[in-house]
Design a protein around this ligand. Structure first.
Ligand SMILES: [Mn+2]
Length: 288
């Protein structure tokens, strides 16, 4: 298993200098840095090439995360929005391919953050989401990219809340490069058994996010890491475990993630680096 971290641990805005975080992740000892795909369509070819080169030079593989905005939602009831979503995905996939990214995860089948002030049509969104993902899956496959559909808790999405729902969705899509993605933070809210959910995903598990129940770095809370490690070994998971901690208030990241207190204990950037390093040691030991 390879181990990574999501850059937004250190950031309060989604747009960031990825060169800086590639070097930081490498120095701490990570194999992988996960970046947000939201802004890269505005990057020049030279900037994309520079990021790819920096990752290569630092021995870091990149993965991408995304929560499409509401106007690019593949499951929208509005055909024009679905069309915009497909165009957005094709452009984004082409650009992340230039970064040598082979895994993109998140609420690809929907949008994020969800606006629950509007009525929810779970069955309709699910059906349109399946068609939408099917419509971009071959395009992604041609670029060597797997689409990992993240199962989210009820407060952030309504289409996929459990591993079983993720598996049923992915099986209905029926494309080999479309996989289930699980995240311990969301599983803690929705699953009867966290290990059971991992076993339910089984061979369809394509990407894995880690974090404590309150999104602190793995090892600081009460998540059953030993049980999680056993389940990942049972299913023969040999993908990437990306820790996705959020511990600082502020900015768009703080408000989108709903961080309303400083969970870092007033940590400096150096303290955050050290906490990530300790968590990486812990995660390698328990997950493998
Ligand atoms: Mn996640």
């Amino acid at each position: 298993m390879k181990h990574g971290i999501y850059y937004a641990y250190w950031e309060q805005e989604w747009n960031a200098d990825y060169l800086y975080y590639i070097e930081k992740a490498a120095k701490i000892g990570f194999d992988v840095l996960e970046i947000a795909a939201h802004h890269i369509n505005g990057y020049s070819p030279a900037k994309l090439a520079g990021i790819k080169r920096c990752a290569l030079d630092n021995g870091i593989a990149l993965t991408a995360g995304i929560g499409p905005s509401e106007d690019k939602n593949l499951s929208s009831a509005d055909p024009a929005v679905r069309k915009a979503g497909e165009a957005f995905f094709k452009e984004t996939l082409s650009n992340i391919a230039k970064l040598d990214v082979h895994t993109i995860g998140g609420a690809l089948y929907s949008y994020w953050p969800i606006d629950y002030s509007k009525p929810v049509d779970k069955a309709g969104d699910r059906a349109r989401g399946i068609e939408g993902i099917r419509g971009v899956a071959d395009f992604a496959a041609d670029l060597g990219i797997q689409l990992c559909l993240e199962v989210l808790n009820r407060f952030e999405n309504h289409v996929l809340n459990t591993a079983a729902e993720g598996v049923a969705f992915v099986e209905e899509v029926g494309k080999p490069n479309v996989k289930v993605m699980l995240d311990t933070f969301h599983m803690n809210i929705e699953e009867d058994s966290i290990a059971g959910a991992i076993r339910t995903a089984g061979k369809l598990l394509g990407h894995f996010h880690t974090g404590e129940c309150n999104r602190k770095t793995p090892g600081l809370g009460r998540m059953p890491w030993r049980e999680i490690g056993e389940a990942l070994r049972d299913i023969g998971y040999d993908g990437i475990a990306v820790m996705e901690p959020f511990v600082k208030m502020g900015g768009t990241v703080g408000s989108d993630i709903k961080v309303w207190r400083d969970l870092s204990g007033g940590a400096s950037e150096a303290d955050l680096d050290e906490a990530a390093r300790r968590s990486l040691v812990f995660q390698r030991y328990l997950l493998g």
